[in-house]
Design a protein around this ligand. Structure first.
Ligand code: UGA
Length: 436
């Protein structure tokens, strides 16, 4: 199949590359010359494990191309995927900004030749595909096309695997012709018996928001229960394991922590709240999850302050990890963006390390943060260490060394990586989330 991918951001680049790995011919189009030049010379603008070699391989084998030339990329495509950004609206009201999607639809329309399926890949509110359809018709009355929705469920840091071995693929279509094209594109997944859920366009659009909102609720739920554990002397790890064994609940996404972050849950929960309000409905559980998440981040500030004896003023705090989760350099909505400035405002000095996120972090954190080369340098002469993101390299720290380097043996483990009993035996004043 011939596929054109508009947008070489996270979703577009991963999806386009994986489609080419399936054996399809993929052209990735972007407006930014510099980005395309870099991609052509083998530079990948994001850190995603496994992506770089996959791009290289498929470029070498002639199935993956990068260009800024939309006019040359649309004719002859069986499907044109729109995977441009949908940032939170600049109006600051929680709506997703769809202007890039509509712009892409208007621009590609004149170049359509033969039957083409236009697929919304970006996370978009219900009704967006119909707008894309209208815009294309307005710009090319003769065009033979259908619009479809194909939401992505990729996790950053695990995107290639999620793409190659998905739990399911959701396609929202309004014609058998469009369904056939999308089923053909995903054919390689039939071999591993991936379920393809074929729905209406509106159902597919809402499915994406519902999935992310449910996961956000699940995390906020376990964070609240963790807080209850702390006051009643219960243990969240054992509790989460026990409830997760119930197949109706499931063991995943039951890890308590400093609150969820990233480019998806915060944005999509807000957008869902706004979408339903427009219809006079509400999603109170989602609203509660958002509130709980904000409170969880604030709670972490208090946890750190308490461990420093009630005030962070004049104290040096080592932060291990800054990104919203491991295996990514993405800092968007990372809990560290709320927690670190709150501590600095009250006079704390921050020494921080992150394996991949330090360059990005500089764009999001106050300029006073000192970035260091490794975890031990961060701990050197610090009054406490905060394990913020559970990167593998922080899971096996030389704890004796950490203790020696710290001014005070204070260890605040916001990801429950270490065992409380062992940490206390080693002489740390240790706290985590939902465990004593
Ligand atoms: C999320 C979804 O998991 C993907 O299915 C979806 O495709 C994606 O959003 C998207 O909409 O594009 P992602 O944001 O990459 O993926 O990351 P997750 O692994 O879901 O983690 C999100 C946040 O939740 C992180 O801050 C993580 O630390 C936190 N989290 C996750 C917890 O605090 N506890 C958990 O048990 C799981």
């Amino acid at each position: 199949m011939n596929i054109t991918m508009i947008g070489t951001g996270y979703v577009g680049l991963v999806t386009g590359t994986c489609f080419s790995e399936f054996g399809h011919h993929v052209i990735c189009v972007d407006k930014i010359d510099e980005k395309i030049d870099k991609l052509r010379s083998g530079h990948i603008p994001i850190y995603e494990p496994g992506l770089k070699p996959l791009v290289q391989k498929n470029v070498e084998e002639g199935r993956l191309k990068f260009t800024t030339d939309l006019a040359a990329s649309v004719p002859g495509a069986d499907a044109v995927f729109i995977a441009v950004g949908t940032p939170a609206s600049r109006r600051g009201d929680g709506y997703a900004d769809l202007s890039y999607i509509y712009e892409a639809a208007g621009e590609l329309a004149p170049y359509l030749e033969g039957y083409t399926v236009i697929v919304d890949k970006s996370t978009v509110p219900v009704g967006t595909a119909r707008q894309v359809e209208r815009i294309i018709k307005e710009n090319n009355a003769q065009a033979d096309f259908d619009v479809a929705s194909n939401p992505e469920f990729l996790r950053e840091g695990a995107a290639i695997n999620d793409f190659m071995r998905p739990d399911r693929v959701v396609i929202g279509v309004s014609s058998k012709r469009a369904e056939k094209v999308l089923r053909d594109i995903y054919k390689p997944l039939y071999l591993i018996e991936t379920p393809i859920v074929c729905t209406t366009i509106e159902t597919a659009e809402l499915t994406k928001y519902a999935a992310n909102a449910f996961l956000a609720i699940k995390i906020s739920f376990i964070n609240e229960i963790a807080n209850v554990c702390e006051v009643v002397d219960a243990d969240i790890t054992a509790l989460a394991k026990a409830i997760g064994m119930d197949k109706r609940i499931g063991p995943k996404f039951l890890h308590p922590g400093p609150g969820y972050g990233g480019s998806c849950f915060p944005k999509d929960t807000m957008a869902l709240m706004r979408i339903v309000q427009e219809y006079g409905e509400n999603v109170r559980l989602v609203e509660a999850a958002v509130e709980v998440n904000a409170a969880q981040k604030a709670r972490m500030v208090k946890k750190i302050r308490d461990m420093l004896g009630g005030s962070e003023a004049g104290k040096t705090i080592a932060f291990l990890g800054l990104t919203f989760k491991p295996e990514t350099d993405d800092m968007r909505e990372s809990p560290s963006i709320s927690i670190i400035p709150a501590l600095m405002e009250k006079g704390a000095r921050i020494k921080a390390h992150d394996p991949k996120g330090m360059e990005e972090a500089k764009k999001y954190l106050p300029s006073g943060v000192e970035y260091v080369a490794n975890s031990y340098e961060a701990c050197d002469h610090a009054d406490a260490v905060v394990l913020m993101t559970e990167w593998n390299q922080y899971r096996a720290l030389d704890l004796e060394k950490v203790k020696k380097l710290l001014n005070e043996p204070v260890f605040i483990d916001l990801r429950n990586v270490y065992d409380p009993k062992t940490m206390k035996e080693l002489g740390f004043r240790y706290t985590s989330v939902g465990r004593k």
